[in-house]
Design a protein around this ligand. Structure first.
Ligand SMILES: [Fe+2]
Length: 330
């Protein structure tokens, strides 16, 4: 099955943006994803970021592994192919043959992580990355704040979130490579890493296992290939049709933190990535919009009034830490 997703045109009227985005995030009969067009993330910056990603993931595996910091739970630096994600749908552990690099602006303490949340990046790539990637990160981060404004207008009151978005919030961007099997098989070091852990990795059907995001909202720079599926109300996995979306559309979905703030009126939708079509690399760039780590994650009064579930206040960092542990990242 395949489904198109609602498109929010930022050059269109504000009222239409509020309505389309609000509906897309709250109507359980819709996919739970929306595509943003007319945004400030330039096509050139996105193309450069994907080109930089390709260069990064072509690096020698040992060199990249020097920048793998497990105590940061994948929030910064390089993450190699890993064995797992708890599968929200089936409950089983599975192999995910993907690699990623994660970065953000915030460099301070984060009570939920074992180490200071500092930028961790291969020295040789700092120049390439800091400039190229931040040109995507900064406007995507600004879009996140704008979207909260749209949601507040839709709900008709404050979500208690906008004041916790800023330069020191926890927003993090990740570029992901789902490598073509044929290319992996020519890479002796990556094969050795995978063979030693999961001899059957070549049969892995899922590039990313079923999960819900932990973020407030996730803004995904459209992937270079299809493969993203969501779980619909009837329990069926439906492929998101990206063929009619502009190449530089940003695909948005709600995460657990946004779900809590809205009393689950904006319910995060389980999703996964499967391999489709030709065996070629697939790249994507999710930007996980987070409030400040100390911000209280709790149902906003306006959402309680509208029948939302009551979530007791919990610091945002704890929402993230709990999920990282559940997903085996910490
Ligand atoms: Fe996700």
């Amino acid at each position: 099955m395949e489904s198109e997703i609602p498109v929010v045109d930022l050059q269109g009227s504000r009222a239409a943006q509020v309505r389309t985005f609000g509906e897309a995030m709250t109507n359980p009969d819709l996919p739970g994803f929306a595509a943003f067009v007319g945004h400030d993330v330039s096509e050139q910056a996105i193309d450069m970021a994907y080109a930089a990603s390709r260069a990064l993931f072509a690096y020698d595996f040992d060199e990249l592994m020097a920048y793998y910091a497990p105590e940061l739970g994948g929030e910064r630096g390089y993450t190699p192919p890993k064995e797992t994600s708890r599968d929200e749908a089936g409950g089983h552990i599975q192999v995910e043959v993907k690699e990623s690099i994660s970065f953000g602006r915030r460099t301070g303490e984060h009570p939920g992580l074992e180490a200071p949340l500092r930028p961790v990046m291969p020295d040789a790539l700092v120049t390439l990355f800091s400039d190229v990637m931040m040109r995507v990160f900064d406007p995507t981060h600004a879009l996140f704040a704008y979207q909260i404004g749209l949601l507040e207008e839709y709900f008709g009151g404050s979500l208690g979130a906008l004041e916790h978005v800023g330069p020191d919030d926890g927003t993090m961007m990740r570029f992901l490579m789902y490598p073509a099997r044929a290319r992996l098989e020519r890479d002796a070091k990556r094969c050795a890493w995978l063979d030693a852990r999961w001899p059957d990795w070549r049969d892995a059907a899922f590039l990313s296992g079923a999960h819900i995001d932990s973020s407030f909202l996730t803004n995904l720079i459209r992937a270079t290939r299809p493969g993203l599926q969501f779980l619909d109300r009837q329990g069926r996995w439906v492929m998101i049709d990206i063929s009619r979306l502009p190449r530089h559309a940003i695909v948005t979905n709600a995460g657990k933190c946004g779900g809590r703030q809205t009393g689950w009126l904006m319910a995060p939708r389980p999703h996964r990535v499967v391999r489709v079509g030709d065996d070629i690399d697939r790249l994507s760039g999710p930007c996980f919009g987070w409030l400040h780590p100390m911000a209280p994650s709790a149902t906003a009064p306006v959402c309680l009034e509208r029948g939302g579930r009551a979530f007791e206040p919990m610091p945002t960092w704890k929402v993230l830490q709990t999920d990282l542990r559940d997903y085996g990242m910490l």
